[in-house]
Design a protein around this ligand. Structure first.
Ligand code: 4AD
Ligand code: MG
Length: 419
């Protein structure tokens, strides 16, 4: 039986069988105390006899009777009648207070930790909740390519590789392909891996991440933000409903998450620069908001916010110029609160062929590489907008993690792709 199920008054005095891995083991007087974990919970088991070959992380099947015990870690204990080691374990290399690098070297073993298990369960809820929301809103899920021929978010972070006798790239964003799909499906989304050859080592960048992207026909920048705030609020609500246990284990302040509801406040980039300057941050109009600036701006917030209308040359070629101030574009970044910063990048797209060509020239892109994309403006162009959300960024914020590496199973960074 699953351990979570046997932790119930219903089973007191009854015989159960559980199986899992030895989480902790200690001998005391004539007794052996074994804490067993499975995918659902942990339970303390007490054996009057020594259990042969029992050691940390060995796999084990235990039969015995359930007893309530306030002192036990999860409130119940099993009096062991039979204990069978299924797979023995060598001396487990992970003990307390080990370096981050060592834990990354043995990531395949560290993934058994209760912390990473809790995070993975939250991530699973997040992924499912995104799909639930999109299905309710009649979005279509699509599967864009990962092997691509050009850049979406600038050439400097592209991974290239030999593709038969040509060079190809790993996708940074499905956006351009999603744009092509709105002409038949109107509202689409995809969940794909995205790749960024980020040379900077930060707490919030990994080279491979999961990217949730939406693209909507007949939608302007404001409509785009409405969709994002509804979506993000729904997902946070689902995690609070489904993962209370995990959030408590991670010591996350759930009351903050409960307050995440639309609308999210909108600030223009100009306003943010002014606010930051007043706080004494050295930043000028035209400079990008990096992790430090975003942290400063969001550290006392409890709900995400939007920063809209960034300077044009700081953003991407596909963004529509702001008619009220052509130095800026119709875009929004959603920043997570509590210092976490950028969660979503979004914009209204340039839908005129002529203006898009001008943008491409300004950004130094070759028209011949993007003929197919220009075609989308030549055959029934419509106003449209979309967004991209980094799943691990969302996990980081919701779980209250201080580094993105624990928001994924095997984080890929500039100096690590093993194990
Ligand atoms: O802001 P970005 O670069 O926007 C795009 O890629 C758009 N084409 C998306 C779209 O409109 N369809 O990336 C979107 C999000 C960021 O806000 C961030 O959450 C995440 O992707 N992200 C990363 N997450 C982890 N590690 C990295 N190196 C990331 N780079 C971006
Ligand atoms: Mg961005």
């Amino acid at each position: 039986m699953e351990i979570a199920k046997v932790l119930s008054d219903k089973y007191i005095g009854k015989k159960v069988e559980i199986r899992g891995w030895i989480y902790r083991i200690r001998e005391q007087k004539n007794k052996t105390f074994i804490i067993v974990r499975d995918s659902t919970e942990i339970i303390q088991c007490v054996s009057e006899k020594p259990v042969k070959d029992a050691s940390m992380e060995a796999s084990i099947i235990i039969k015995g009777k359930i007893r309530k015990d306030k002192r036990a870690p999860t409130g119940y204990e099993i009096d062991v009648e039979k204990a069978e080691i299924v797979g023995t374990a060598q001396r487990f290399p992970i003990t307390r207070d080990q370096s981050v690098e060592f834990l990354l070297d043995v990531r395949h073993l560290w993934l058994r930790s209760r912390k990473l298990t809790a995070v993975m369960k939250v991530k699973e809820t997040i992924l499912a909740a995104f799909r639930e929301w999109f299905a309710k809103q009649d979005f279509h899920e699509v599967t864009p390519p990962i092997i691509v021929s050009g850049s979406c978010e600038g050439g400097s972070t592209l991974f290239s590789f030999k593709y038969f006798d040509k060079t190809a790239y790993l996708s940074q964003s499905a956006q351009l392909y999603l744009e092509s799909l709105i002409f038949s499906l109107e509202k689409v989304y995809s969940l794909t891996p995205s790749f960024r050859a980020e040379k900077s080592r930060t707490r919030r960048h990994i080279a491979e991440y999961w990217h949730l992207e939406g693209e909507m026909a007949w939608c302007d920048n404001e409509g785009n933000m409405k969709i994002q705030e509804e979506l993000v609020s729904y997902v946070v609500k689902r995690v609070v409903e489904k993962n209370k246990k995990e959030l408590e284990f991670l010591k996350r302040d759930i009351s903050i998450l409960k307050g995440v509801k639309p609308p999210f406040k909108r600030y223009t980039y100009d306003e943010v620069i002014e606010i930051l300057q007043k706080k004494g941050v050295k930043i000028k109009w035209g400079e990008d908001l990096g992790a430090d600036e975003e942290r400063e701006f969001t550290k006392n917030l409890k709900k995400p916010v939007f920063v809209i209308n960034y300077p044009r040359d700081m953003k991407a070629f596909y963004m529509k110029v702001n008619p009220d101030n052509p130095k800026t574009v119709l875009c929004s970044d959603m920043l997570s609160p509590e210092g976490y910063g950028e969660l979503i990048g979004a914009s209204q797209r340039e839908d005129s062929e002529k203006l898009l060509k001008e943008n491409m020239k300004m950004f130094g892109l070759k028209q011949k590489d993007y003929e197919w994309y220009l075609d989308l403006r030549r055959f029934g162009s419509v106003p449209h907008s979309g967004f991209g959300l980094g799943i691990e960024r969302m996990v980081m914020w919701i779980c209250g993690l201080d580094h993105i590496r624990d928001a994924t199973t095997y984080p890929r960074t500039i100096n690590r792709n093993y194990p």
